[in-house]
Write a protein that binds this ligand. Structure first.
Ligand code: PEP
Ligand code: MN
Length: 360
């Protein structure tokens, strides 16, 4: 249940409401008392309605501080479509010198994000950044802090990698997205990046999710699906970020673990239309990590757009076979140009035929 507080409510009325909600839901003794959060300019209290008895709801609705009570049956609340019917538009790049990009929302077209798996050096990154821009990509990706399976693999350039990304943004105007792995580094990464990436391996790193909610100056966060995460677990991870104060979350499907090793992961494209039913958050797809094979990336990119994805994130490298990380799945700048073109064509088709309501 979400209790929406009237903007004109006095602080006494608010305090009275909070005390009542805490009493009715039993959030005293043991549990942390509930507090209100600000979401999209509205102040709300989020609580589990399961514990409320039949008289509680009318009592709540009568409170002078209450504008509306939205019943929400799912465990995730603020990210639920039941709370917000319009798909969220996430504005990227508004806080830096980047050219702003909008991800999600009724009139936005799919956004192609591309770049190397890892920032390897100045020349590599700037070459790729210019190639991404020339190919029509709208944002630049690049890992500075790399979550590698083996401690002996290249771990990323760290802060130097962030500085190079900022330089690439200054040269191209492309907003940058990069991964953050530690709660204590959220502020630092937010200082450089336009979007913070939370990777699959950290989807349920709850201190990191809370830090991205609280300490990122509301920088958009792209939350990748965990290696074997269910959709509910993923949406609850997003709920952590939003309930901690940052409503700007983008979901990224990057494939899930299965038994077949022919592809790196299994791209769950059905999750795209399903998520559009369950949540108002935009969804983008990462065919690079999902397939692990560059030859499959163009087809699965088209398929993702056909499924309704609000964007793609692709790994690109001028010399994929010499990439320090994920070369097997990295496409070339030439392939990127084709995918951007095909994305535009597919998106136009989708916009004209699928999204626009048919006139009877
Ligand atoms: C990445 O984007 O480079 C990455 C490590 O992705 P994932 O967290 O999906 O494995
Ligand atoms: Mn990678």
């Amino acid at each position: 249940m979400i209790v929406i507080i009237r903007s004109q409510a006095t602080s006494a009325q608010r305090a009275q409401l909070l005390a009542l909600v805490n009493r009715l839901t039993g959030s005293h003794g043991g549990q942390q008392p509930l507090t209100s959060v600000k979401i999209d300019g509205r102040e709300v209290i989020v609580c589990e309605s399961g514990h409320l008895d039949a008289q509680s709801l009318p009592l709540l609705k009568q409170q002078e501080a209450v504008e509306r009570v939205v019943p929400i049956a799912t465990a995730y609340k603020l990210v639920s479509r039941a709370f917000k019917t319009q798909t969220s538009s996430i504005v990227v790049g508004a806080a830096t010198i980047a050219e702003p990009v909008v991800i999600g929302g009724a009139d936005s077209m799919p956004v192609v994000i591309a770049g190397p798996c890892a920032v390897e050096g100045r020349e590599q990154l700037l070459t790729i950044a210019h190639a991404v821009k020339a190919a029509g990509g709208r944002m630049l990706r690049g890992g500075a802090f790399k979550p590698r399976t083996s401690p002996y693999q290249f771990q990323g350039l760290g802060i130097q990698g962030l500085q190079l990304l900022a330089e690439a943004r200054a040269e191209t105007g492309l907003p940058i997205i990069t991964e953050v792995m530690e709660p204590d580094l959220v502020e630092t990464v937010a200082h450089y990046a336009d979007v913070l990436q939370i990777g699959s391996r950290n989807m349920q790193n709850f201190p990191l999710l809370l830090a991205a909610g609280r300490n990122s100056c509301k920088r958009p966060v792209m939350l990748k699906r965990g290696l074997s995460a269910t959709i509910d677990e993923w949406l609850l991870a997003a709920e952590y970020i939003v309930s901690a104060g940052n409503p700007n979350v983008i979901l990224c499907e990057r494939g899930i673990r299965s038994f077949d090793i022919q592809t790196r992961n299994v791209l769950d494209l059905a999750c795209v239309p399903l998520l559009h039913e369950l949540t108002h958050l935009p969804v983008i797809v990462d065919p690079s990590h999902a397939t692990g094979r560059r030859e499959l990336v163009p087809t699965m990119s088209r398929a993702a757009i056909a499924a309704g994805a609000e964007g793609l994130i692709l790994e690109v490298h001028p010399e994929p076979n010499h990439a320090l990380c994920d070369g097997r799945q990295s496409i070339t700048p030439e392939q990127l140009q084709t995918i951007v073109h095909e994305t535009d064509v597919m998106a136009q088709f989708m916009y004209n035929t699928v999204r626009v309501p048919q006139v009877a």
